[in-house]
Design a protein around this ligand. Structure first.
Ligand code: GAR
Length: 207
């Protein structure tokens, strides 16, 4: 019998390409994170992330928001799906929907999001464009727990990148994504190893 603790059961929620999903799959496959992705859920049927999941034999579902009357109804159905898979941590990897208190209270301090800016600067959509328009010299990415606000939850890890004079939204996004693919799996690893505690706004990471 192995001494390895049971793997953390994850759900990854996506809306698009899924490069962050891929970075987590790769770390799990490499044995760096003791976790199992029980399901990948997209709010849109054409997300490339769904193909990435299926390629790795991970159940990939579409939970289409266009068929629900409001956010709470959508989230209540989502909670049921995730509970059915025994999910303990929900990872928002480019999931372009705001969650209601229905999801947030079902998974207290157990929903993580990655945002392409140094929060609390530039929350919401088009964070890289906002950073360029503002003229900041540095931007980056933030992994944080999800609360009921938009990108306002306690911060777990941040990584900084420089903004170049000739950056476009695409070039800055590429530089930020390289960092995302490091820090997001790292945050999941810390969670899986029970090395994250939260006290109000403050997140404590154990070495
Ligand atoms: C990522 O860059 C992530 O930071 C961003 O969406 C991208 C998804 O890429 N998320 C947000 O903007 C959330 N506000 P991916 O599908 O290749 O992982």
């Amino acid at each position: 019998m192995s001494d390895q603790p049971q793997p953390l059961v994850l759900a990854v929620l996506v809306s698009g390409n899924g490069s962050n999903l891929q970075s987590i799959i790769d770390r799990i496959d490499a044995g760096t994170i003791n976790a199992r992705i029980a399901c990948v859920v997209s709010n849109t049927p054409d997300a490339h992330a769904l193909l990435r999941a299926r390629r790795h034999g991970i159940p990939a579902l579409t939970h289409d928001n266009s068929t629900y009357g409001n956010r709470k109804e959508y989230d209540a159905a989502l909670v049921k799906i995730l509970a059915g898979y025994g999910v303990k941590l929900v990872v928002l990897a480019g999931f372009m929907r705001i969650l209601s208190e229905v999801m947030v209270t079902a998974f207290p301090h157990a929903i993580m999001n990655i945002h392409p800016a140094l929060l609390p600067a530039f929350p919401g959509l088009h964070a890289q464009r906002q950073a360029l328009e503002y003229g900041v010299r540095y931007s980056g990415c933030t992994v944080h727990f999800v609360d009921c606000g938009t990108d306002t939850g306690p911060i777990i890890i941040q990584s900084v990148v420089p903004v170049m004079q000739d950056d476009t939204e695409e070039s800055l996004s590429r530089r930020i994504q390289k960092e995302e693919h490091q820090v997001f799996p790292e945050a999941v690893r810390l969670f899986a190893e029970g090395k994250i505690s939260v006290n109000g706004r403050h997140v404590h990471l154990l070495a």
